[in-house]
Design a protein around this ligand. Structure first.
Ligand code: SF4
Length: 370
């Protein structure tokens, strides 16, 4: 494991930082009699913590818990079921991100449907969907829009471009998610005891440092915005432990090169023009009020939920425990299917499908260390 850290972006900095974090964690243990516990709420952090070896190196001293930050993992079964139902209509093309193809719906995946002959296409950029719609004027082209605040602005760009180019055979099935409602959900349910959050780097570019003060003001818990390199992760963890020891919650920005205090106001104004809050279903959690964004009624022509009548049943119960994994209640290894019936080659749940999923990260980098 040390070898991974030695190969990381700055070994001269990282190795002393590991020692400093461990010393700080021991200080925490001396004061509170337990390990500090922090949750990352960004799929890229989940993968970075595993890939760099930071999580494995600190596991005896710091409890690093993966939260609901992977957009593929939190997408509800019903969104997949809806896209499968939509693909059954005549003259339909379904477009989606590559990871979504293998995510199980209630009975089948989009990949199963594609193999069965449905026109389901992977797009590398969501805006490619507009070109597909333009090239197929006799077909309805429907995009499955998943993602957090980093990705959501792209969907508004798609609607804007469709208006500009006079394209009317394109729509989005919005299944987007917002960070604040899920953090509030986690804190209000109290299911998992945390001493702070490692806050997402990319989402914070849009939201800005100031958007997280409710964590301190209402919940008395700290957050540190951090980047994705080993040194950034380690220094973020160090600062979280330090804040927890001092019992003075605060929001710190450890990613100032990218994240500003107020975020990207232009993008947020653009989002406000097109989008409105919506109740969204999270996989394994259920519907959380105002936890996503949907197109405003004036853009109903691009809203697949308004344009097409689709009946979707309740999500099917499975043995997959992704719902507990993304809430930080169990680690992937505690799922009985992990690395047995469920692997990246044959995933049973989205946390094993996604390149940012906690189960995939554990399978790829941590099977021997836990
Ligand atoms: Fe679901 Fe597989 Fe993860 Fe278990 S190991 S929680 S079945 S994705």
């Amino acid at each position: 494991m040390l070898e991974i850290l030695k190969q990381s972006n700055n070994p001269e900095l990282c190795l002393p930082l590991v020692d400093a974090v461990i010393a700080k964690a021991k200080e925490f243990y001396f004061k509170f009699g337990r390990k500090p516990a922090f949750m990352e709420v960004c799929g890229s952090h989940t993968m970075a913590l595993a890939r760099t070896g930071v999580k494995q190196k600190l596991k005896e001293h710091v409890n690093l818990i993966s939260g609901p930050g992977c957009p593929v993992c939190v997408t509800d079964q019903r969104s997949i079921d809806a896209m499968i139902a939509l693909s059954e209509g005549a003259n339909r093309i379904i477009c989606t991100f590559g990871d979504m193809m293998r995510v199980p719906g209630s009975n089948r995946t989009l990949l199963d449907e594609k193999i069965a002959g449905k026109d389901i296409r992977v797009v590398y950029s969501p805006t490619d969907t507009i070109q597909i719609a333009e090239a197929n004027p006799d077909k309805e082209v429907i995009f499955l829009g998943i993602g957090f605040e980093t990705t959501i602005p792209i969907f508004t760009l798609m609607a804007g471009e469709a208006i500009q180019r006079g394209i009317s055979n394109f729509s989005i099935w919005m299944a987007t998610k917002l960070v604040e409602p899920i953090l509030r959900y986690l804190l209000e349910t109290g299911e998992v005891n945390l001493d702070g959050f490692m806050l997402p780097g990319h989402v914070s570019i849009v939201l800005g440092e100031d958007s997280y003060h409710y964590l301190v003001d209402e919940y008395r818990i700290s957050g540190v915005i951090t980047g994705f390199e080993s040194a950034e992760l380690l220094s973020g963890i160090y600062k979280l432990i330090d804040l927890a020891i001092k019992e003075k919650p605060a929001i710190l920005n450890n990613y100032r090169s990218i994240v500003t205090k107020s975020g990207n106001l232009v993008i947020r104004q653009w989002m406000d023009q097109y989008l409105t809050e919506s109740d969204e279903a999270w996989r394994g959690i259920g519907t959380i009020s105002k936890s996503g964004l949907d197109l405003k009624p004036e853009y109903d022509q691009f809203n697949a939920k308004k344009r097409f009548a689709v009946t979707i049943g309740e999500p099917k119960k499975t043995k997959c425990r992704c719902g507990e994994v993304i809430r930080g209640l169990i680690s992937p290894e505690e799922c009985p299917l992990f690395a047995k019936a469920c692997s990246p080659m044959k995933p049973v749940g989205p946390c094993m499908v996604s390149t940012e999923g906690s189960c995939a990260a554990h399978y790829q980098y941590m099977r021997e260390s836990f």
